[in-house]
Write a protein that binds this ligand. Structure first.
Ligand code: FAD
Ligand code: MG
Length: 339
């Protein structure tokens, strides 16, 4: 407890312990994208090279947003959501197809705890927007009826998409940030970056090992979001957290947050306040998208189901924090609980 104010560099879901960095930051760039602040810090590299790496990484981020945003009327996904039912199939870019394919995979794997087709429910509640409200039970029933990955048809040969239900909407908010972080990692590594941190509003990738010291990442205390409740020491990992304490509103003492249970159409009530998943990336991109999909799924599943899920799939590191601030976490993590 006593050293909690030591952690000063606040980001959306996690906190970096910046003073532990062994290598001085060379370049640090933040942009607002994907509805959040996105920061990349590059350490120990020539300035010219770091600058061009950053430029290309942020251009990649912006390109992904233009494809995968469910909110932007000019995005490719928006067009799909408007046209994939009734008018036959919609042909999509390879990149959007790959995202949908991967999203469908995780939706099936988690039996809908993570489900990329909850757009109707997400829009109805409007959490995180100025239109946030508690919808009527009838409205919720309709949105639940209009959700479900079973109604999403992908044709790999044609790279096309078809919705089998009117009102179905794809929302990639639960894992496209992870994909974007993976892609930024790929760009940075292609530019020779060896030590860096990518943080897309809580979807974090660390590149390198901070000269052997590891990167220290603080986990936000869900009960007091200005503080950290644990510190994770990592190198070469993707670390992603889903929690109920960033996008929510309160009504009559009850919290209504942005991660939904498709079975009820209400914000998930699994007893968890946050679920963090960490994957080793070993210099190869692709870890953050897994961590992002699974952290959302675990948040919805709750502790017992998430632990059972992990027992059948190896090498998933997780930290689950429940509403009593109790921790459940996998072995093999360098985790210091400070509360
Ligand atoms: P996660 O748990 O990773 O994701 C939760 C989000 O996924 C929810 O907000 C919802 O969109 C969706 N979701 C809810 N329940 C489930 C579920 N059970 N399974 C699957 N998905 C679910 N935010 C803005 O405010 N404005 C923007 O313009 C905007 N544009 C974005 C564009 C892109 C490409 C992406 C990836 C995100 C964008 N966002 C935007 C943020 C987005 O709306 C989510 O709020 C954000 O991604 C939530 O991330 P998280 O890490 O907090 O939670
Ligand atoms: Mg997620």
């Amino acid at each position: 407890m006593k050293n909690k104010h030591f952690f000063t560099f606040f980001v959306t879901l996690l906190l970096f312990v910046s003073c532990s960095d062994k290598t001085p930051v060379l370049l640090n760039r933040t942009e607002f994208a994907l509805g959040t602040y996105c920061t990349v810090k590059i350490y120990g590299m020539s300035e010219g090279k770091a600058n061009s790496a950053l430029k290309e990484a942020f251009a990649r981020l912006s390109k992904i947003e233009s494809i995968a945003s469910a909110k932007n009327p000019d995005s490719e996904l928006f067009y799909v959501n408007e046209n994939a039912y009734g008018n036959g199939v919609v042909a999509v870019s390879e990149e959007l197809f790959a995202l949908l394919y991967s999203g469908l995979f995780y939706s099936r794997l988690t039996e809908g705890a993570f489900d990329i087709t909850l757009g109707a429910i997400v829009e109805l509640w409007g959490i995180g927007t100025e239109n946030a409200r508690i919808p009527s039970p009838e409205e919720i029933a309709v949105a639940v009826e209009n959700s479900g990955y079973e109604h999403l048809l992908l044709n790999e040969a044609e790279l096309s998409v078809r919705f089998l239900k009117s009102g179905l909407k794809v929302d990639l908010g639960a894992f496209a940030k992870g994909y974007a972080a993976d892609e930024m990692q790929r760009v940075l590594i292609e530019h020779g970056v060896e030590n860096a941190i990518i943080d897309l509003g809580g979807d974090i990738i660390t590149i390198g090992g901070n000269n052997g010291a590891g990167w220290r990442i603080g986990l936000t205390d869900p009960q007091n979001t200005g503080e950290v409740c644990a510190v994770l020491r990592v190198s070469d990992k993707a670390i992603v957290t889903s929690g109920d304490y960033e996008r929510y509103f309160m009504h009559e003492g009850k919290r209504y947050h942005h991660i939904f249970d498709r079975n009820t159409g209400y914000p998930a009530e699994s007893g968890l306040r946050s679920a963090t998943v960490a994957f080793e990336h070993m210099g190869i991109h692709g870890a953050a998208i897994h961590a992002d999909a699974l952290s959302t799924a675990f948040f919805v599943m709750g502790k017992e189901k998430a632990v059972e899920f992990v027992s059948t799939f190896q090498q998933i590191n997780y930290i689950l924090i429940d509403d009593g601030l109790n921790f459940t976490f996998s072995e093999g993590l360098d985790l210091e609980i400070i509360k």
